[in-house]
Design a protein around this ligand. Sequence first.
Ligand code: WT7
Length: 660
Amino acid sequence: MTSQITSVLQETRLFPPPEALVRQATISGIAQYAAMCAEAEQDYRGFWARLAREHVLWHKPFTRDLDDSQAPFYKWFEDGELNVSYNCLDRHLGTPVENKTAILFEADDGTVTQVTYRELYHRVCRFANGLKALGYRKGERAIIYMPMSVEGIVAMQACARLGIIHSVVFGGFSAKSLQERIQDAGATLVIAADAQVRGGKHIPLKPAVDEAFALGGCESVRKVVVYRRTDGPVPMVAGRDVAWDEVVQGQADDCEPEWVGAEHPLFILYTSGSTGKPKGVQHSSGGYLLQAVLSMKWTFDLKPDDVFWCTADIGWVTGHTYITYGPLACGATEVVFEGVPTFPNAGRFWEMIERHKVTIFYTAPTAIRSLIKAADLSPNHHPRNYDLSTLRIIGSVGEPINPEAWMWYHTQVGGGRCPVVDTWWQTETGGHMITPLPGVHTLKPGSCTMPLPGIAAAIVDETGTDVEKGKGGFLVVKKPWPSMIRTIWGDPDRFRKSYFPDDFQGRFYLAGDGASLDLDGYFWIMGRIDDVLNVSGHRLGTMEIESALVSNPQVAEAAVVGRQDDLTGEAVVAFVVLKQARPAGADAARIADELRAWVAKEIGPIAKPKDIRFGDNLPKTRSGKIMRRLLRAVAKGEEITQDVSTLENPAILEQLKQPL
Ligand code: WT7
């Protein structure tokens, strides 16, 4: 980490906020930002309560702000009642927003569909009424396995309208992952599409649902609602499967929302942790919505005329907060894109920004890096060939953005005039935590700058003491905040141990990231300090991949580590011991391919190891502990300078150094 910190301290390029933007920004200038931070500092609960009254519509106002009596199981605005879907849709009816375009949907093949707020409201109501007719009620869990589509958003909103807790499973996850989530959530409903269309290809989804059922443990599910995206054949299971069109057929255009308490779970979203089993991150309704709305207004400085585009998938938290909930609750017009950035060519994003006159664009560093490469290879699709003059703010999320990619994004995409908001947050935080504000912060390429007002983020050493400027440590949050994770579904103990560990006497939320503070008090995220990898902005647990590998009948033992990768940020490297003798040559290549396919089937293609090395054994200490530190060095191709005298079997290192 020391060398990383040194390089951070050497970043001297500064980008002050454009004057014109400062003048009209929702949070305008450093003085206003400082005043808001001071307000939160002085009266923390009052600060959040004021914002919750101003930015959320309550059916029954709350009288209690924060309840910390069961810490770390914090509750916010608990006696208040609201409905999140009401806040996203009904609130706009009878206002000028009613006939405004809510969603500009662009299909993979370029077909554009526009949906107004009124139409979206009716579509959500009809689908919600259909679910009600099928007998679904508040508190039940629905798994949503849908591509990027208006219907995917309608499904989520309809659940929210009825108080049904949704859990969206990313379309790239396997049948096995789907089955585990159905089972863990005790889902009674599955909403799935027949297929998704990406990059000109039809990728089936419904067969994975059928396979999940075949794996067993899905008995809690009563119905599978099937949305037809393509016209290919879809085998339907009688009595269980029902077509989307049938669900909405004849249903009324209005549906009274189910009022829920502020703490009613809006959704569960599974994410990887440091054990083999993904964690069901549980979010609230009131506190979550508040921060979704605030960050749209603060970080993106959203104004009525903006056209907002977040390129994330609804299967990730970014898609929840910055596609399904935040923009709609603010009455924004947003672009929703079905396809991939490189189809039909690498200019797709830029062409879409031009076509839809996008003003706020939010994407991931991994996409930026791959488009830099693509623009080099095919200059015709370089952003300079497109009119991107409508852009005013551009954002980044999901992983640290390297200063070179930041500079390219800022100059080539943002024309040197758009602030880059590098937003640090997590599935668990629900919304932005540390991020520049476009009308406030002077930017430094690669830094997420400073915490939002009210967010008590800090960097501490192992004793829990704040590090000095110029030093690194653990990223923590010292006070609860409204959109924070409430618990891990069905596993409160794991929640406490993972996020409020005894190391800091349970006082701080531990993010799991290493970070450093520079001399100006700017935050720089260094990456995960636990056994979690970040591959193309996707979070993967090394243990999860290891357990997938060892469940293969050929594998005796496996260890997985991350390696820095220019394109994907990190890449998965697996060290494998087979039950049979160590394979060589074509044999080794064949088995490696089989294992990759196996991991894709067990978890999903995103978890496939890039590099697989076979050994007779793994490097272990005499007490049998795998030395991951060494494996990380081997994966990088570094000379081993570390002391290997405690190693049970030093010769193994030579074997593992050999690429296939
Ligand atoms: C992890 C959370 C945030 C929604 C998408 C990912 C890394 C996220 C940044 C950033 C550096 C970042 C962290 C974090 N991360 N944003 N701007 N700079 N690192 O959510 O899957 O829950 O992953 O992503 O390591 O802990 P997630």
